[in-house]
Design a protein around this ligand. Structure first.
Ligand code: ACM
Length: 687
């Protein structure tokens, strides 16, 4: 990976976002830029280049297919944004072109972790120049240019800047589980567009699990015919997606989870299993017993032929074999496997899994592939060429690095845990446990992946679970470690959200459609106001609440509401502002206004809930939210008037808060934590 040059005296490296100033000419300062992820080095200059009907582009590159296509998309997006006809503005007079793109390197046939993504972008009042040593660097720079595009009363423009940028980590991925719920091709493509917009470079495609096998296999057609309920990708569609991703500088790493999480394979091929079967596609969520039998030679013959077929379909050098959560029950109960372990001196089941992985390594190598797998594959005896994906913690990632293994972090990046963007943003692959690794060991940590497990997502809500939160993870993995201004992050997430919508992402559209569906023919606004106060819980809470099947509809309010609402976050910030002062201030009035509005919302909300079968279950929740708002108002009144609340009020408030902490209709109240702070403060300050 090439590090771009050194920087002029005015460069504000790394911490530039923390410097707040407006240049004397009134041009926007760095802190008002909408770039996400933030570049490694950015220097603001005075002046700007206008984008008008004369804007055109010249491409000076060796091998330009991927760049020409990217420039066409770039011009289309710029035209969509500005309304200026630009879509075919490749310069007729190259010497005068306003935007010059330079790239001396050739296109990698298959991109890899070694692909150079660095670029430099220099914009003066007259022209802009983007240079990169690889076409993928050009793609990254084009995204930055688009994010710099701004408008004021005079014109569209890009500010004069000098940017030299390159990613902190080379592996910046998103896992999409299409086994638990299938996602059609257009959704995968939309996610690839969004990933490219925030400079992510790996789509980890979780293609098989207990609940579904999702790729057409010509060698073993039973896999998709009996393992998918007819929901799988044709090989032609896989080719199409691999090419689509390649054109956006994104690698596709396929995962076929084995030896556990493999029920869907066994429906047609029970002979691979450690117990006779028969097997059916798993319809529930969890860790199940069916498991491949590592003691059978026919399993390796099957995997050799299968991996051979898939290796040709997926050109990436890495092949993900899963390896997580092996349930040992079938292995323990098989006399054949017990004898095999004895004969081969394999005392423990994990040694049997190491043996299985060693055989897999040989098969992968034969087909030109390297192994990546989950934490559980990390055992001595496996070569250092493997990559370990850590879902169990930063400590296990660091331990692997100390032992010589390369790894990526997914712990802390599970999108199905429904944590806020700020939570994921704080999770650094080189933070905490990895802090005392040697420099050499640190280079083994290649990056990370956001994970969208699909027990509770389907085509209607997957985009709203992935975006825009994943953009925060994209920035954590690209930008310098010192980039950690939360306010700036949220401001830029809002901008990027708009950009994603412009790209065709449907997270907002589907949210509105779904809320309207729930409201039926009634005025949807009270339900929108209510939904903004709520938050879906993590996977575990939902699984404990009731028995779910893969065919259970995901059409309730809990499936629609988004993981992080702006209203709730802003309310929480207001409460923090109020509590950082000892007396009433402007924040108090705003808090009061919000709480009154939400209480008053309950009356028009009720008829909507009454008329909907799907919304009946949230009636108690609506009443609880109204009560909670009332309690928050009372707490604020006590605080502002510096009165001690009576004991009976304190007791009632405490009971209400405890009750509100539980999920209702599997939903959490997003404004509960700030209201709880207000209530608790009444007794703390007044003691
Ligand atoms: C995992 O969450 N079992 C990788």
């Amino acid at each position: 990976m090439k590090k771009t040059g050194h920087f002029p005296v005015h460069t504000l490296a790394v911490g530039w976002l923390l410097l707040f100033h407006l240049p004397a000419n009134g041009m926007p300062g760095e802190n008002s830029l909408n770039i996400l992820p933030i570049p490694e080095n950015l220097t603001m200059r005075t002046g700007r280049m206008a984008i008008d009907k004369d804007f055109d582009v010249v491409i000076r590159c060796h091998n330009t297919t991927i760049i020409e296509e990217a420039v066409t998309r770039f011009l289309g997006r710029l035209q969509k944004r500005t309304g200026i006809p630009l879509a075919s503005k490749v310069a007729t007079n190259p010497e005068d072109a306003e935007f010059e793109i330079h790239c001396m390197g050739n296109e990698d046939k298959v991109q890899s972790i070694r692909t150079d993504e660095s670029y430099a972008l220099e914009i003066t009042e007259e022209r802009a120049r983007l240079s990169a040593s690889s076409p993928v660097g050009v793609l990254r720079g084009l995204e930055t240019f688009l994010q710099l595009t701004d408008i004021d009363t005079q014109s569209f423009f890009v500010p004069s800047v000098k940017i030299e940028d390159h990613p902190r980590f080379n592996w910046r991925g998103l896992l999409i589980d299409v086994s638990r719920h299938f996602e059609p091709v257009e959704i995968i493509k939309r996610n690839l567009d969004a990933m490219a917009a925030v400079k992510m470079n790996v789509l980890h495609w979780h293609l098989s699990d207990d609940q579904g096998f999702r790729v057409e296999s010509k060698v073993f057609p039973g896999l998709h015919q009996l393992g998918s309920d007819g929901k799988y990708y044709l090989q032609s569609e896989v080719h199409e997606i691999v090419a689509y991703a390649h054109n956006r500088g994104i690698r596709i790493v396929p995962e076929f989870d084995m030896p556990g999480h493999s029920t869907s394979w066994l429906v047609s091929y029970p002979e691979l299993a450690a117990a006779p079967g028969p097997y059916n596609i798993e319809r529930q969520w969890g860790v199940f017993e069916p498991c491949m039998d590592p003691s059978k030679e026919e399993v390796y013959r099957f995997l050799d032929a299968f991996i051979g077929e898939m290796a040709a379909l997926f050109p990436d050098e890495y092949f993900h074999i899963g390896g997580d959560e092996v349930n040992p029950k079938q292995w323990n109960e098989s006399s054949r496997i017990r004898k095999y372990k004895e004969r081969n001196n394999l005392a423990e089941n994990h040694e049997l899994q190491v043996y299985f992985n060693q055989r897999l390594l040989g098969i992968l190598a034969k087909h030109g592939k390297k192994m990546i797998g989950w934490d559980e594959i990390l055992q001595p005896k496996l070569p250092e060429s493997i990559i370990v994906q850590s879902w169990r913690g930063q400590a296990s990632l660091a331990r692997g690095a100390r032992q010589g293994y390369r790894g990526i972090l997914s712990y802390g990046y599970y999108l199905d845990h429904m944590r806020p963007a700020s939570f994921h943003y704080a999770m650094d692959p080189l933070g905490n446990e990895a802090a005392d690794l040697s420099d050499d060991e640190k280079t083994r940590i290649l990056g990370g992946e956001a994970c969208m497990w699909a027990e509770f997502v389907n085509p209607e809500n997957i985009e709203s679970r992935i975006w825009p939160r994943t953009a925060a993870i994209a920035e954590r993995l690209w930008s310098p470690a010192a980039t950690n201004d939360i306010e700036s992050l949220y401001r830029r997430l809002e901008y990027i959200d708009g950009e994603l919508i412009s790209l065709g992402l449907r997270h907002r559209t589907l949210y509105h459609e779904n809320i309207q569906r729930l409201a039926g023919t009634m005025d949807v606004r009270p339900l929108m106001v209510f939904a903004e106060l709520l938050q879906p819980p993590s996977l575990g809470i939902r699984k404990r609440a009731q028995t779910y099947f893969s065919h259970t509809p995901l059409n309730r309010l809990v499936d629609v509401i988004i993981p992080e609402s702006k209203s709730a976050r802003e309310f929480s910030n207001l409460v923090d502002r109020r509590l950082s002062h000892s007396s009433q201030g402007p924040a108090s009035e705003k808090i009061r206004e919000s709480l009154r509005l939400w209480m008053a919302n309950n009356a028009p909300l009720q008829p909507i809930l009454d008329r909907s079968y799907l919304l009946k279950e949230v009636q108690p929740l609506a009443a609880l939210v109204a009560e909670l708002c009332k309690c928050g108002l009372e707490a604020l009144n006590y605080l502002d008037s510096r009165q001690i609340p009576p004991q009976s009020w304190q007791e009632e408030a405490a009971a209400l808060l405890t009750h509100a902490e539980e999920p209702h209709a599997e939903i959490y109240i997003a404004i509960l934590p700030p209201i709880k702070k207000l209530v608790e403060q009444t007794t703390i300050t007044l003691q």
